[in-house]
Design a protein around this ligand. Structure first.
Ligand SMILES: C[S@@+](CC[C@H](N)C(=O)[O-])C[C@H]1O[C@@H](n2cnc3c(N)ncnc32)[C@H](O)[C@@H]1O
Length: 212
């Protein structure tokens, strides 16, 4: 396997069980917005159980979905069989993508840059595998603009990653994307809180950025 191993058996089962409710409450619409209009070859990093797969339009010719966690990768492999476009699930991490450079028209990162071990390395990898002018589509929960919630997120991050499979609530992911050299063409911020427990991860963004 490329990169370090990622195994979160309890989180993986919790996520798979709880995700359908979050999808009904708005997650599915967010994924539609994330993926709308994509074309050509696409790489998706940290694909989880494959919740984005059903949303790929027929203009996408192939998706390579990278997922390091074994239980989630098995769920994603099941979901790939029902996908509307050719889709291959492979083992790997965002920090060390098992694919060649300049090979993809677009990359998709949803609810994953909060969890990767090294955001800068993961974003550098995404830049490496996209062709020049290729597009990064992102859907992430992020650091709050509101100072009191941002303070709460920083406190919560003292323990949240231990229960949430390395998920951090207070990452400034938009800034990280810009610092990685991407040019952000759109970014919509919004609040999404499918249940009270998720208050620290309620600030979200969906956007598009281009590799120069
Ligand atoms: C909250 S889940 C989101 C899954 C999926 N992207 C979605 O939108 O439903 C976080 C995902 O990030 C994956 N992940 C964690 N560390 C990773 C890494 N270093 N590289 C790639 N994926 C990683 C986890 O295995 C998990 O599938």
């Amino acid at each position: 396997m490329a990169g370090r191993s990622v195994s979160h058996p309890l989180f993986a089962r919790f996520f798979t069980r709880c995700a359908p409710a979050a999808e009904r409450l708005g997650g599915s619409a967010h994924r539609e917005e994330l993926i709308e209009g994509l074309e050509g070859r696409v790489i998706e990093v940290g694909a989880g159980s494959g919740l984005n797969f059903a949303h790929y339009p027929s203009t996408v010719t192939e998706v390579v979905a990278v997922e390091p966690e074994p239980y989630l990768r098995a769920r994603a492999t099941d979901a790939a069989r029902q996908a509307p476009v050719p889709l291959r699930v492979v083992e790997g991490t965002a920090e060390s993508l098992p694919v060649e450079a300049d090979a993809f028209d677009a990359a998709v990162a949803s609810l994953v840059l909060c969890s990767v071990a090294n955001q800068a390395t993961a974003l550098a990898e995404l830049s490496r595998v996209l062709r020049p002018g290729g597009e990064l589509r992102f859907y992430e929960h992020i650091l709050a603009e509101e100072p009191s919630l941002a303070r709460l997120q920083r406190r919560v991050d003292l323990f949240w990653p231990y229960f949430g499979a390395s998920c951090h609530t207070s990452r400034d992911t938009l800034r990280a994307i810009e610092q990685a050299g991407f040019s952000v063409s759109s970014c919509r911020r919004f609040t999404f809180r499918p249940c009270l427990l998720f208050a620290p991860v309620s600030p979200h963004m969906i956007g598009r950025a281009t590799r120069p």
